[in-house]
Ligand binder design. Structure first.
Ligand SMILES: [Cu+2]
Length: 507
């Protein structure tokens, strides 16, 4: 067995490439790759222990390259090409110490199961893929019914119809989904889906841990400050980090949203309070001698509260739960994912589509099924990361803020609310939601639960042993031609790192 021990000194001297090739012949196996920093410390960058099953390789490329993004130029990326798959693993310099390793091991074991990954991936990607499919279907129908319709356009229509059918049949057709404009998405009620689905996720994990006498990962009560030692934003010693990981971003964006999103009514005194906070942040992080004026700070706050036209945070009292939830999702939530995602994490490439199970098992499973694949930027992996529940716990607590500001004591289904003594908000019962329109019978409001999609449940397999599976709920029935035809619809939504504040970013 070969063991590659790369000396930390090599990294300190700068990034460089080491490669070896044997024209397709198998050279041996890689049990693990470890970086030795000094006598005391070392990190596995491939494989998590000496017990990792060896991977056969025919070509081994160890690439230490400077990031293409110049902001990351002091970082090295490690790429390992092995047989049938590649993996770029290298959280070099990150020293993350779990505050409860027994709990975190259990969280990873639970969440890294393939069906759990697929569930989270499909839920998020479907909200974007579905409207694209519907739009394409419409165009395809027009083309196929034109007098000069080609065989190709008829075939295209056929596969789209089949795809839509299979999304529906397997439970992945969302009742509410992304619209072109975020204000319209909010109006459908989709913001409640976001809040509800993640609340359920947190609930199931909490129950799983409780059965094992473990307690749930606590939510962030306040978001970590830049100097937080436990929740770090970059590798140790990193000098340049992307904007979103900078101290300035925390003080002038994150902290402002964090405070603002708890305010019942945004009035002038509230704007003033936030402007002062922003000014304090600017003074702390700006190197220029010139201090911005309070007027400028006020304008900046207003911009932060209205990231797109006609979609503005006006206070908890003035917004529907969906408008609030969607705004949280697209701004602070997305940014927290991006801020706390490791820069050097393995990135699942666009072509690696977990729905394509055959290819997945052959080529990608080795690199991306393991419980160490937990990139906060990938919906197939983010929920494996214990920090995910700190972020989502914070988001979940905001539901309670909204209820309180709107004089509700609780939230629930129609049946649950019927049992409550106080003022209980029924999920999706806001009559202004477009998904609720078209009905003149107000009693049907709130009859529908927010959308979770199929969930992983316990089922017995062929040998009669229990396992967690999506099949117990609804079997995903996707045929290879549909998987192929819809791959591109899912790909743009794999990442949660969509920047609401950056409209130039493509969906
Ligand atoms: Cu999620």
């Amino acid at each position: 067995m070969l063991r590659y021990v790369l000396l930390g000194a090599m990294l300190l001297m700068g990034c460089r490439t080491v490669s070896t090739s044997s024209e397709g012949k198998e050279l041996g196996t890689i049990p693990n790759i470890m970086i030795d920093h000094d006598e005391e410390s070392s990190d596995f960058i491939y494989g998590k222990s000496y017990e990792t099953p060896p991977v056969p390789y025919s070509e081994l490329l160890l690439t230490f390259e400077k990031g293409i993004n110049k902001e990351w130029s002091d970082q090295c990326r490690v790429t390992v090409h092995a047989q049938g798959h590649w993996s770029a693993v290298g959280e070099i310099g990150y020293k993350v110490v779990s505050d409860d390793s027994k709990r975190d091991v259990a969280v990873r074991e639970y969440s890294a199961g393939f069906d759990h990954r697929l569930q989270h991936y499909m839920w998020h990607t479907s909200r974007g893929a579905w409207p694209l499919m519907l739009r394409n279907l419409k165009t395809a129908r027009e083309r196929a019914s034109a007098p000069d319709a080609t065989e190709g356009s008829k075939a295209n229509l056929a596969i789209l119809e089949k795809s839509v059918e299979q999304y529906k049949a397997s439970g992945w057709a969302p009742p509410r989904y992304f619209q072109d404009k975020d204000e319209d998405t909010a109006k459908t009620g989709a913001g409640e889906d976001f809040l509800y689905m993640h609340r359920k996720m947190i609930g199931r994990l909490t129950a799983y841990l409780k059965e094992r006498n473990l307690s749930m990962i606590p939510a962030w009560k306040t978001l970590p400050k830049p100097d937080d030692k436990q929740f770090i934003v970059g590798p140790e010693g990193a000098k340049q980090l992307p904007d979103i990981k900078q101290d300035e971003y925390y003080y002038t964006t994150i902290r402002i949203w964090e405070e603002a999103y708890k305010i019942p009514v945004i009035d002038n005194p509230a704007i003033d309070k936030l402007a002062k906070l922003l000014l304090e942040g600017r003074k702390k992080t700006k190197t220029t001698a010139k201090t911005p004026s309070i007027e400028a700070a006020r304008e900046e706050v207003k911009k932060l509260l209205a990231p797109t036209e006609r979609y503005e945070f006006t206070g908890l009292k003035n917004m529907s739960l969906s408008a609030y939830g969607h705004l949280l999702e697209m701004t602070l939530h997305n940014d927290l994912h991006a801020r706390y995602a490791f820069l050097n994490s393995a990135a699942r490439p666009n072509v690696a589509d977990p729905l394509d199970r055959t290819t997945w098992d052959q080529e990608w499973a080795e690199a991306f099924n393991g419980s160490n694949y937990d990139s906060l930027n990938d919906t197939f992996a983010s929920h494996v990361n214990p920090w995910f529940y700190r972020i989502h716990g914070w988001v979940d607590d905001r539901i309670d803020d909204w209820l309180k500001a709107n004089d509700h004591q609780s939230i629930g289904t129609k049946e649950e609310c019927a049992k409550e003594a106080g003022n209980c908000y029924v999920w999706l019962s806001n009559e202004t939601y477009t998904s609720n329109r078209g009905s003149d019978d107000p009693k049907i409001l709130g009859d529908e639960l927010p959308w979770e999609g199929p969930v992983v449940a316990e089922e017995k397999n062929a040998s009669n042993t229990k396992q967690m599976s999506l099949h117990a709920h609804k079997a995903p029935t996707f045929t290879p031609d549909v998987i192929e035809a819809t791959r591109g619809f899912r790909a743009p939504f794999e990442s949660m790192n969509r920047r609401f504040v950056n409209p130039d970013l493509k969906r």
